[in-house]
Design a binder for this molecule. Structure first.
Ligand SMILES: [Zn+2]
Ligand SMILES: [Zn+2]
Length: 269
């Protein structure tokens, strides 16, 4: 995946709001879900950004606008001057939150592409899984892992007012399991994120359709990111802290873990 194929139009989006229900960066129909990623930008080289990710504690409101990674969470004050889908930092209108709020599974590629324009979602779409997350997935196996999705969504964001909403899903790669990765990636980590991305109002329990829709996003994310996960549970030894470096080096499918700063989940607003 050489750096030269990166689409160059991404830096030139206007600040004019897009017509209803369209995404300004999607002139061509997106391809069906390829095996690894679901959106063209997912294949973009990450070197530049990843050096930045090493230096910051990523939160829901982190932005790196010059790297085309934004945040679309607007507080009341920002919402007076910016339209939905505008970045809270640079003000550009880059995604149609009206479109993602349709919760239309046949439009999932556009939803996934839009999610990845947000800094924190991009991070969780692309960062190598931590050891804990990989172990969790392998110990469960695909069948069990997918069977746990709905329960996890209900326990994290199903209630009318989830406990400590905005902080219930860990964000540090040491502490996040595979389902937590997915919840951040598809904006189902807390009710605030589910509200502005998926148009699900806060202040009432999730209904069954909403749980089913969000569960499907999680399932597709996990299939995209863990294409080789076996159906059945695997025996995985516990993480041995001191031996970890050698262990990782010896395993060809283990992603590097050094260099990514631990991060905290919090919603500044
Ligand atoms: Zn921005
Ligand atoms: Zn959240």
């Amino acid at each position: 995946m050489a750096g030269s194929d990166r689409p160059s139009e991404v830096q030139q989006w206007s600040t004019v709001p897009p017509p209803d229900n369209t995404l300004p960066f999607d002139p061509e129909p997106l391809p069906p879900l390829p095996p690894k990623w679901s959106a063209p930008l997912a294949d973009a080289p990450a070197e530049g950004v990843w050096t930045r990710f090493e230096q910051v504690q990523i939160t829901c409101t982190t932005t790196m606008c010059d790297a085309n990674l934004h945040c679309f969470l607007l507080n009341k004050k920002l919402a007076k001057t910016l339209s939905p889908g505008s970045c809270r930092t640079c003000g550009q209108v880059l995604v149609s939150l009206q479109r993602t709020a349709e919760r239309d599974l046949s439009d999932i590629d556009a939803t996934f592409a839009a999610l990845q324009r947000e800094c924190i979602r991009h991070y969780f779409w692309h960062v190598p899984f931590g050891q804990k997350a990989l172990n969790y997935a392998r110990r469960a196996g695909r069948i069990q892992l997918e069977a746990r999705i709905e329960t996890r969504i209900r326990s994290r964001i199903g209630d009318k007012v989830p406990y400590r909403d905005g902080q219930q899903t860990p964000i540090s790669r040491d502490r996040t399991d595979a389902l937590d990765f997915a919840l951040h990636a598809v904006a189902s980590c807390c009710r605030k994120c589910a509200q502005y991305w998926h148009g699900i109002p806060v202040g009432r329990p999730l209904d069954d359709d909403e749980v089913e829709y969000l569960s499907e996003l999680v399932r597709r994310y996990l299939r995209a990111r863990l294409p080789d996960l076996q159906d059945e549970p695997m025996k995985v030894p516990p993480i041995r802290r001191r031996a970890q470096v050698h262990h990782i080096a010896a395993s060809d499918e283990q992603a590097p873990t050094q260099g990514i700063a631990p991060a905290r989940h919090s919603h500044a607003s």
